[in-house]
Design a protein around this ligand. Structure first.
Ligand code: HEM
Length: 551
């Protein structure tokens, strides 16, 4: 029975849904893994009939769908796995751990770590199946322990939104200010201003501290602290409608503290996610305190800005009524939300806090990777620069036009996020039963689309380790052989729940790279791969040194 079923599964992969050379390879690998799962991990290999209540089960083979229990797994005891994770430092290497596990077990596996259980997938066809319905999002739940902590501290409650209607109506309001074309038009000049100021600051530094002939000096440096400042300055400009002067020679302590708080919050989140609340208070107490303090700081930052936002608004309104008309000054996302008055101040606070906390490291880190990859791929760098030069000169100073004429620049960002996805997974709890790799996945199971292994898989991308921004220009051709090809670029997530800061992030990163490429030639001293570490977001273990030579 076992071998018969495996044979059927191989046929299914080869001829049926996948129907491609690439996925066929995975199908064969998979069937081998299932044998391994049956013997090594003790999984049963008998298929079962799809139950009518399963609803969406369509991908059965002769009516047979394997049970959830049969999905290959990394060990049944979450606690043993948790100990292994701590001992082997796997939290920091989660992305590599996933890649290794897919190689060993095939394109789907289950994992239990502490209280956390997930089904992990990595093929676009499976990911497209996962996103066929809008599943529930886990983010609010992961922050739950934090909310409880704050309640005990007597702070304001319930600022984090639940899934469901309340979340949806809030999100739709927010989309108007950060995702819609009209809002992008409003904030793009603000981002462009910060990006060109950053370049001016860098030019002055290279001129002052660099080596070589005046005018073509070069400077080798770790740009990461400056990129964090750039990202915070850009976020503040868009979100609060004001600059905070981070490019001055002595940035304020307040701004520096904010960056530290975001870094601490990110670094302390992953281990806390795997501990049950009762244990948190004992073994996780120091981490927990650091985590909560970091959030407190991030919240107090938002509080101060909102207070100032209200003051600004009332003074603008006063002036408006005195002058007979309100000047159409754009005072950032916060100003717009306050002015429209459709969200309560608690919701505005929650949104602003999330935008600020989610908007700094997430863009500063991919920019580090981008400078590194452009530096170690001089031909690609030159191609992108030529395109950007042409586009910039035709755009007559309009940053939006300049970006529209530079598809390779857009491809550069996609390529960076393919190789170094900021969030290594996108997670959902499906609201209906689904079938993935011919296994039954009950509604409510946590399913993770694993972006790091997908981005580096030769089953999904041709020559996956090559940095090739041009591959995204011909996406139809590249995607022809892969079912669910649209699901290969998922760094910002998908659907109604996708990254709300996406348009800010894409434009911010593209504009900065554009100005840098117009002003500097980039190089690196070693073309060895960067070692990466996962502290909620994927980042370099050591920030790469980049040489900036003035053009
Ligand atoms: C390269 C940069 C970024 C990447 C790769 C990224 C990635 C993501 C991903 C994967 C999600 C979850 C989406 C899903 O589950 O479908 C997300 C959500 C979110 N991101 Fe980003 N992000 C980036 C930049 C930003 C920026 C700049 C901001 C703020 C200005 C931001 C704010 C948020 C927020 C608030 C959410 C939660 C949205 C919601 O659930 O309504 N992100 N991001």
């Amino acid at each position: 029975m076992r071998s018969m079923f495996i044979r059927v599964t191989v046929c299914f992969k080869a001829q049926g849904v996948c129907g491609s050379r690439n996925l066929c390879g995975v199908g064969l690998q998979r069937s081998f893994c299932m044998t391994a799962a049956g013997t090594v991990l003790g999984g049963k290999s008998e298929g079962r009939k799809a139950s009518p209540s399963a609803g969406v089960i369509q991908r059965s083979v002769d009516g047979l769908v394997r049970s959830f229990e049969e999905i290959p797994h990394t060990g049944r005891s979450g606690w043993i796995n948790l100990v292994k994770f701590w001992r082997e430092n796997r939290f920091q290497q989660l992305h590599k751990h996933m890649e290794k596990t897919f190689n060993a077990l095939g394109p789907i596996y289950r994992e239990h770590v502490g209280t956390h259980s997930s089904v992990n997938i990595m093929l676009p066809s499976d990911i497209s199946e996962l996103f066929r319905f809008e599943g529930l999002h886990p983010r609010r739940m992961t922050l739950q322990p934090w909310a409880t902590h704050r309640e005990t501290r007597n702070h304001s409650k319930g600022v984090f939104l639940k899934n469901g209607e309340e979340w949806r109506s809030d999100r739709l309001q927010l989309n108007k200010e950060v995702m819609m074309t009209a809002s992008v038009k409003r904030f793009l000049p603000l981002l462009d201003e910060v990006a060109s100021d950053f370049c001016r600051m860098l030019q002055a530094r290279v001129e002052r501290d660099g080596r070589g002939e005046k005018g073509t000096r070069s400077l080798t440096m770790d740009p990461s602290p400056d990129l964090f400042r750039f990202a915070l300055e850009a976020s503040c400009h868009v979100i609060y409608g004001e600059r905070i002067g981070l490019f001055s020679s002595s940035p304020s302590m307040e701004s520096q503290k904010f960056i530290w708080a975001v870094e601490r919050m990110l670094a302390t989140t992953p281990p806390l996610l795997y501990l049950p609340p009762r244990l948190l208070h004992r073994i996780g107490a120091p981490l927990w305190t650091q985590h909560a303090n970091a959030w407190d700081h991030i919240f107090s930052h938002a509080d101060a800005r909102i207070k100032r936002g209200y003051q600004k608004l009332s003074s603008t309104q006063r002036k408006g009524s005195e002058a007979g008309a309100v000047e159409g000054h754009y005072t950032g996302v916060l100003g717009q939300l306050l002015e429209k008055g459709q969200l309560s101040s608690d919701l505005i606070k929650a949104n602003i806090t999330e935008l600020m906390a989610g908007g700094v490291d997430t863009t500063a880190v991919p920019l580090q990777f981008a400078l590194f990859e452009l530096g170690r791929n001089p031909e690609v760098q030159e191609m992108v620069r030529q395109e950007v030069r042409a586009s910039w000169s035709q755009a007559g100073g309009d940053p939006q036009k300049a970006l529209q004429g530079a598809p390779l620049l857009k491809g550069t960002i996609k390529e960076i996020l393919r190789l170094y996805p900021v969030g290594t997974t996108v997670q959902r709890y499906p609201i209906k039963d689904i079938v993935l790799q011919n296994y039954h996945i009950p509604a409510g199971t946590m399913v993770q689309a694993c972006l790091y292994p997908m981005g580096r898989s030769s089953e999904v991308f041709e020559d996956p380790l090559r940095f090739n921004p041009g591959r995204w220009g011909s996406s139809r051709r590249e995607g022809q052989s892969v079912e669910g090809a649209g699901f290969r670029s998922l760094a910002f997530g998908f659907g109604a729940r996708q990254c709300v800061g996406r348009r800010i992030a894409e434009n911010e990163m593209q504009l900065l790279l554009m100005h840098i490429l117009l002003s500097f030639h980039l190089s690196v001293s070693s073309s060895e791969d960067i070692k990466t570490t996962c502290t909620l977001i994927l980042q370099p273990e050591t920030p790469p040194m980049i040489t900036f030579r003035k053009l």
